[in-house]
Design a protein around this ligand. Structure first.
Ligand code: OAD
Length: 241
């Protein structure tokens, strides 16, 4: 039996950062030098052509300095503060590897990793780095001396982070928000149906209807930076009455 106190889980995808100027994966501009992301973001590509993979991620790491969080990122912070104030709970899960949620004031679960974190394949040590963006230079591990840190990104064929924690939060949520994701990359795409199955009210924002949309979901069409602040404000008002 769910308590009356709302427990909200939000899942974000590339669409929420599109309004900040970062390209989505599957829309126009989703290709990199004519190649699909699925060809670059794999352990096989890293093994066969590490220089190209490193350049791909170094470009993305460097680009973070030129973008800012937008009203959709900030609306989720407002929602979290409201929920904490009424004794509710809020969990933010993101597929995004940028740091825009953090810069807006959230502490998301990065299920697909983070651009600003690198990982040693030898000693598994992790390091945060927001300084070294040269495309033609690998970074060595300061801990064990291994020559080449890899991006701490979940590549295709690898298991996303924190799946147990995510499943636990979804199994007890009362409301689930899916924002700016095409709903095609598993297992993130399955979280909406998990929330539905656990009895949560489900809200889906995107430009187009995502693959995993169901007739029980409330679909909120439009740009996240416009739709989400309004939805959050209305939802908080309703809950305050
Ligand atoms: P996609 O590029 O697959 O989908 C982006 C979604 O956002 C689409 O449904 C768009 O309609 C929608 N969209 C675009 N602009 C929007 C806006 N301004 N407001 C709201 N929605 C908008 O991105 P993801 O679903 O996040 O994985 O992709 C999932 C994963 O595939 C990524 O995390 C990445 C990629 O390979 C890894 O890096 C491991």
């Amino acid at each position: 039996m769910k308590s009356r106190v709302p427990r909200v889980v939000a899942l974000t995808g590339a669409g929420i950062s599109a309004d900040s100027g970062l390209a989505t994966f599957r829309g126009a501009g989703g290709l990199w030098e004519g190649r699909n992301v699925e060809e670059i973001a794999t352990p096989e590509a890293w093994a066969a052509d590490p220089r190209s993979v490193w350049r791909f991620y170094q470009e993305r790491r460097a680009a973070l300095g030129g973008v800012q969080p937008n009203p959709a990122h900030r609306a989720l912070v407002e929602l979290e503060q409201f929920l904490r104030g009424i004794g509710g709970a809020f969990t933010l899960i993101t597929q995004n590897v940028d740091d825009l949620h953090e810069r807006a004031g959230s502490q998301p679960i990065h299920m697909h990793g983070e651009l600003l974190q690198l990982r040693c394949e030898n000693c598994e040590g992790r390091v945060r780095d927001a300084k070294h963006f040269a495309c033609d230079q690998f970074l060595p591990c300061a801990e064990c001396g291994y020559a080449r840190l890899r991006p701490d990104i979940v590549w295709f064929g690898e298991i996303p982070f924190a799946l147990d924690l995510i499943a636990e939060r979804i199994s007890t949520c009362t409301h689930f928000l899916s924002i700016g994701t095409s709903g095609v990359v598993y297992p993130a795409s399955g979280l909406l149906s998990m929330a539905r199955a656990s009895g949560a009210s489900t809200f889906v924002n995107s430009l187009d209807e995502p693959e995993n949309l169901n007739s029980q979901d409330h679909f909120l069409a439009g740009r996240a930076a416009q739709v989400l602040p309004q939805w959050v404000s209305e939802w908080m008002q309703q809950w305050s009455q």
